[in-house]
Design a protein around this ligand. Structure first.
Ligand SMILES: *Cc1c(COP(=O)(O)O)cnc(C)c1O
Length: 462
């Protein structure tokens, strides 16, 4: 008798249906913390196995109270997307197909879908069509992969093969980052042996935009060898304010000093795909590498992001698996050559489905709708007595500062989270604790915005 390969799938689908149907109305926060889930699902290693359906039932029942409705329409914390139906369904297929998407010879469909999705992504973002794309786990993976390519390329120009000889004895690599570079840039620098503390931080304005003059000065006078190996990290979409660096003057300065320009555009780079926001990304195509998430604003389920490099040779040199035992099909794409992993799931498939289900017009509409919703909630919150919207709402991020100092703002965040109509967090901006609203879910309606604004006002009044 053949094994039953589909046992448990119907049960899982039923649980998935009831969870997804609960998303619009369930409280946004989890009902319990991890200890309740540990009590429900933990214990010693089971001695005997159970039926797949029973395992799925127990898993769903034990996890359910600990689930956060972050995929729902009123989770405005961090920068979190939901899951478009086509992307979610495609993600299920990825698991069912269970392809080892590392090599063309193992998974030709996955190789082809990565190629197609790469070309579509570059087209949507207005990036060079001959850039290479690696499908990584998130913005962290994308920044790390791009900066590995950068490290390889700038050291190669200085006559050093970092792949062969590593950093011992290498010319020092100078890193220049905007003052508000995302934390994952510094993690990437640590992982790559470049050091988080040695990065020179270029001052930014009150919206978090790197000062291009200060960058130009730093590039010119950091040392006598102004054309030594240098990497500059700029940003498309500040995680607090949503602001964009001025890419044209930054790219100009980098070109003059032969520096590699990397752009962290985890969510903000999607602005390039919408007519109303494209101007924010002007000049972005002049960079050498770009990091962009799929699981944030494109609303692909976790995990998915793209590491994009203008020079495919630098990308592959930094990432490729080169071993004589590997079967390589000449002329075909081996996905592993663009990412740190070897064996991996066919991560481009849900991205493909998301793009195909929205189309160019639908992606533009999603970006523009969420930005309009950010302006809508900002207008409502600005009417709260003595409250200030402290950022220019150019994208999907809103920063609100209430009177009464940091403690009052912290208490407001706690009250809003407790109310659980919507969820938002706090952040520190220019030394002050503020409330942050981020709108990046495909399913958020204007009614969700109004309900959330009312809940925020109510929680603050109490
Ligand atoms: C979210 C974010 C990251 C990190 O992305 P992950 O997908 O969480 O790894 C990096 N940079 C910026 C600007 C971000 O918003």
């Amino acid at each position: 008798m053949r094994p039953d390969r589909t046992a448990g799938l119907t049960t899982a689908a039923q649980h998935a249906h009831s969870f997804l149907e609960s998303l619009d109305e369930r409280p946004v926060t989890a009902r319990v913390d991890a200890s309740a889930v540990r009590a429900a699902l933990g214990g010693p290693v089971p001695v005997r196995g159970e039926d797949p359906g029973a395992v799925i039932d127990a898993l769903a029942a034990g996890a359910e109270p600990g689930l956060v409705a972050s995929a729902g329409p009123r989770h405005f914390g961090f920068v979190i997307g939901g899951a478009l139906p086509a992307a979610l369904a495609a993600d299920w297929l990825v698991s069912a197909w269970d392809q080892c998407a590392a090599f063309h010879s193992l998974a030709p469909a996955a190789a082809a879908i990565e190629e197609i999705t790469s070309a579509w992504t570059l087209d949507l973002l207005g990036l060079p069509a001959d850039a290479s794309v690696g499908f990584v786990t998130g913005g962290q993976g994308a920044n790390t992969t791009c900066l590995a390519a950068a490290r390889h390329a700038v050291l190669a120009r200085a006559g050093w093969d970092v792949g062969k000889y590593g950093l011992n004895g290498a010319p020092p690599v100078r890193i220049l980052c905007g003052e508000h570079a995302h934390a994952t840039i510094y993690t990437a620098l640590r992982l790559l042996g470049l050091g988080a503390e040695t990065a020179i931080r270029i001052p930014a304005d009150d919206q978090g935009r790197m000062n291009p003059e200060a960058l130009r000065d730093a590039l010119a006078d950091a040392d006598a060898d102004a054309d030594g190996p240098t990497i500059v990290c700029a940003q498309a979409g500040n995680v607090a304010t949503g602001s964009f660096d001025a890419f044209d003057p930054i790219a100009e300065a980098c070109a003059q000093h032969n520096a590699w320009l990397h752009i962290d555009g985890a969510f903000g780079l999607w602005a390039a795909a919408a007519p109303a926001t494209r101007h924010l990304t002007h000049g972005v195509e002049r960079a050498d590498s770009w990091a962009i998430d799929a699981h944030k604003w494109l609303n692909v389920p976790y995990d998915g992001a793209m590491a994009i490099v203008a020079d495919p040779d630098a990308h592959v040199a930094a990432m490729s698996l080169a071993g004589p035992y590997l079967v390589v099909d000449p002329g075909q794409r081996d996905n592993t050559n663009y990412v740190p992993e070897s064996s991996r799931r066919a991560r481009a498939v849900p991205v493909y489905a998301a793009i195909r289900s929205l189309g160019r017009a639908g992606i533009a509409e999603l970006i523009e709708r969420n930005c309009a919703q950010a302006r809508r909630i900002a207008e409502r919150l600005a009417t709260i007595r003595d409250a200030d919207i402290i950022n220019d709402v150019v994208l999907n991020q809103v920063l609100l500062r209430l009177p009464g100092g940091d403690d009052a703002n912290r208490a407001a965040v706690a009250a809003i989270q407790q109310d659980a109509t919507c969820w938002l967090g706090g952040t520190t901006w220019n030394g002050e604790y503020v409330l942050r609203v981020s709108i990046s879910n495909w399913a958020t309606t204007d009614d969700d915005i109004d309900r959330s604004a009312a809940a925020i006002e109510r929680a603050i009044r109490q």
